[in-house]
Design a protein around this ligand. Structure first.
Ligand code: 5GP
Ligand code: SF4
Ligand code: MG
Length: 456
């Protein structure tokens, strides 16, 4: 998911719309905006792409200088409209809206407890749990938010709008990205810095792990709800998910992908004629690989830009069809050639297998698959949709077997060390990266079966 918040701008809702649009890749199932005017909260949300959701909306009807927005990609909870965010709660004394990127591991246990005590939930989303926890302690303040945050476990970047105050919070391991920017006098907060560039805002700083930010007429105040630990930002944000023009934790995504490609070329060279990347997310790594191996980088696969991201399609059938509609080989480039095909990652194996077949059908003599990240062997509990071991080709097969399944002439993955080095430039004690889905080393470990069940 992607979150966006703005405090103190005449065109708050409109800028939120543009910010969300630039983060469309983070979630395509639904989008919403809530604005605050004279402490009154109103909002609009719908299933679908940002553009479609807000096509009929007049931003003059969503006026107010404070706004909050969300693009949704479902990992927990059903796919219905009720789960589209921001979630909006009205009480007699105040209004509150909530937007979340991440996943709460103990949501089911907390929900059981809250329901026993009389809470009635409107959604099946894990995000609503935090709202109930906060409201149960009374007024929403930095104290009650901190108390609630200390009860939830997992990965989260939260934006909370209460009356005319905007809060932003990041989990104690800093697994999800969240940055602060300025546009004129206004403050902006967003999952990715590409949203700042989109609206002409300047990057100010990252929200720190375990930090709670409060923005109101007194400006920005920082609180700490958990001790500052080591930052362990999701490696898959760099590998695949984020936009190349975004900087996450002060590291540019495109530059990190290029380093992944260069390192991969050093670790797994192969005699070939050209290097191609799977658009869009593997292009940067392919350029890095080509540069390092001194082979030409070519456009061997093109993408139909009118098809959505394959990964985010809910079922395997749709995913398979999605790949076919989305990618086409460039026959004139690959025919008779020994091709190095770079993909950023293999999750289920759908993409790579189809592309190898496609390239061979187009006359490629050899297809050498090089993956710019280590094999994905373990599920993610932190909000990326890779929930069960069964679906992960890397959990159930050796690298040689994967090569056979996808029909590659050779296959190699980037090492764990290679990936870490490509991302973490400043290896001080506070800086690290989560690679749990590749290493099985979880920065926030599940306590029991229930916390491992992220399909509820
Ligand atoms: P597969 O087809 O192997 O299931 O998926 C691999 C493709 O999905 C890769 O090309 C990559 O770009 C994309 N992908 C890999 N990991 C993730 C992820 O964690 N989240 C999303 N949304 N897409 C991913
Ligand atoms: Fe990202 Fe993998 Fe960690 Fe999940 S387990 S947060 S996908 S690096
Ligand atoms: Mg890809």
């Amino acid at each position: 998911c992607g979150v966006f918040g703005i405090w103190g701008h005449e065109k708050a809702a409109e800028l939120t719309y543009y910010g969300l649009h630039s983060m469309q890749h983070r979630g395509q199932e639904g989008a919403g905006i809530v604005v605050s005017k004279d402490k009154e909260l109103t909002g609009y949300k719908q299933l679908g792409l940002v553009n479609d959701v807000f096509k009929q909306v007049k931003f003059d009807d969503l006026n107010g200088k404070i706004a909050l927005g969300h693009v949704r990609y479902a990992t927990q909870g059903g796919k219905g409209l009720e789960n589209v965010q921001p979630l909006l709660f009205q009480s007699l004394t105040s209004g509150m809206a909530l937007a979340h990127n991440g996943n709460l591991m103990n949501a089911t246990a907390l929900r059981e407890e809250l329901e026993k005590e009389g809470s009635i939930f409107q959604t099946t989303s894990d995000t609503e749990v935090l709202a109930h926890l906060m409201k149960r302690s009374g007024e929403v303040t930095e104290a009650t938010i901190s108390e609630a945050l200390n009860r939830v476990k997992g990965a989260y970047a939260y934006l909370i709008l209460e009356d005319d105050t905007l809060y932003a919070a990041l989990d104690p391991a800093g697994i999800r990205p969240l940055s602060i920017g300025r546009i004129g006098e206004a403050y902006v907060v967003a999952s990715e810095t590409c949203a700042f560039d989109q609206i002409g805002a300047t990057f100010e700083r990252e929200v720190l792990p375990g930090e709670l930010i409060k923005i109101n007429q007194d400006g920005l105040t920082s609180f700490r709800f958990a001790p500052r630990g080591k930052r362990q930002m999701c490696a898959m944000e760099y590998v695949y998910l984020s936009r190349p023009d975004s900087d996450l934790n002060y590291v540019n995504v495109h530059a990190s992908r290029k380093r992944m490609g260069k390192e991969l070329a050093k670790e797994a060279p192969v005699d070939a004629d050209l290097v191609i990347g799977v658009p869009d997310s593997s292009i940067s790594a392919a350029i890095g690989y080509a540069e390092e191996s001194k082979l030409p980088y070519e456009m061997g696969i093109i993408k139909n830009r009118y098809v959505g991201r394959t990964f985010i399609q809910p079922s395997q059938e749709l995913r398979e069809l999605g790949v076919k509609m989305k990618l086409s080989p460039v026959r004139g480039i690959v025919e008779g050639k020994r091709v190095i095909m770079i993909d950023d990652s293999i999750v289920r194996g759908t993409t790579s297998r189809r592309i190898v077949i496609m390239l061979k059908d187009a006359g490629a003599k050899e297809v050498h698959v090089r993956i710019a990240s280590p094999a994905i062997t373990d599920p993610c509990y932190y909000g990326i949709d890779m929930s069960t071991k069964e679906e992960l080709i890397g959990a159930n097969n050796s690298i040689e077997e994967i090569g056979e399944i996808i029909g590659a002439d050779s296959i190699a993955y980037l090492s764990e060390e290679g990936l870490e080095n490509a991302i973490v430039k400043d290896k001080t004690i506070n800086q690290g990266v989560c690679m749990a889905c590749m290493t099985g080393l979880y920065p926030v470990a599940p306590a029991d079966e229930k916390e491992m069940d992220i399909s509820n």
